[in-house]
Design a protein around this ligand. Structure first.
Ligand SMILES: Nc1ncnc2c1ncn2[C@@H]1O[C@H](COP(=O)(O)OP(=O)(O)O)[C@@H](O)[C@H]1O
Ligand SMILES: O=C(O)C1=C[C@@H](OP(=O)(O)O)[C@@H](O)[C@H](O)C1
Ligand SMILES: [Mg+2]
Length: 193
């Protein structure tokens, strides 16, 4: 009979997939951290569905995030975001990339803590700014000094993101490297547990 030890070692993705089980992987962090891009690629590597909560919000509301903020304001957006994320986390496994403010909302955070393994993609201000200043799709950054706004958000939010189950440093390396680090973090955390 073949012993388990005789078999070829599992690939990193397969190992992470086994470690995840039925749990959802939830990416959190500030705008520009790479939640949407890295989340999509991580789901592909794991062979499980990917959903971006902002895209889902846009789909159900049939409005862009920018228009939602303009028409209804941030409070209404957060209420919708909570409902959408709660629903997305009901079944797993999935990779769910959230919008930057989702985990800051106490209600949404509660659902994420209950419904998944959270990974904070943590980046420094220069990396985030370099990425977000190329697009104008983020209503919270439509201020006189968007870089300062981003820094203020960083100061307010980083202590809360720190509650995530896992943290991976997001920086200027290949996206594939980021995916590998997320998979490694999932595997390592499960081995430790
Ligand atoms: N490791 C990376 N290296 C270079 N660019 C990246 C990396 N990760 C993300 N990006 C780019 O940065 C921008 C913001 O990423 P995105 O996934 O939208 O972030 P978030 O969803 O966290 O706001 C996108 O253009 C994305 O392609
Ligand atoms: O940080 C935030 O509060 C927000 C981040 C955005 O998502 P990304 O983090 O994917 O850019 C989007 O949900 C909305 O503009 C609000
Ligand atoms: Mg995003």
């Amino acid at each position: 009979m073949t012993e388990l030890t005789d078999q070829a070692p599992l690939t990193l993705a397969a190992e992470a997939r086994a470690a995840l089980g039925k749990r959802n992987l939830v990416l959190i962090g500030l705008m520009g951290a790479g939640k949407s891009a890295i989340g999509r690629m991580t789901a592909q590597a794991l062979g499980i569905p990917f959903i971006d909560s902002d895209h889902e919000i846009e789909r159900v509301s049939r409005m862009s995030i920018t228009d939602l903020f303009a028409a209804y304001g941030e409070a209404e957006f957060r209420a919708l975001e909570t409902r959408v994320i709660k629903r997305l986390l009901r079944s797993g496994p999935r990779v769910v990339s959230t919008g930057g403010g989702a985990y800051i909302n106490e209600n949404t955070r509660k659902h994420i803590k209950r419904g998944g393994l959270s990974v904070w993609l943590k980046a420094d201000l220069d990396v985030l700014w370099e990425r977000v200043n190329k697009r104008d799709t983020r209503p919270l950054l439509k201020t006189e000094n968007p870089r300062q706004t981003l820094e203020n958000l960083m100061n307010a939010r980083y202590p809360i993101y720190a509650q995530a189950d896992l943290t991976v440093l997001s920086r200027d390396v290949k996206k594939e490297t980021m995916v590998e680090e997320v998979l490694t973090a999932i595997t390592a955390a499960t081995k430790k547990a």
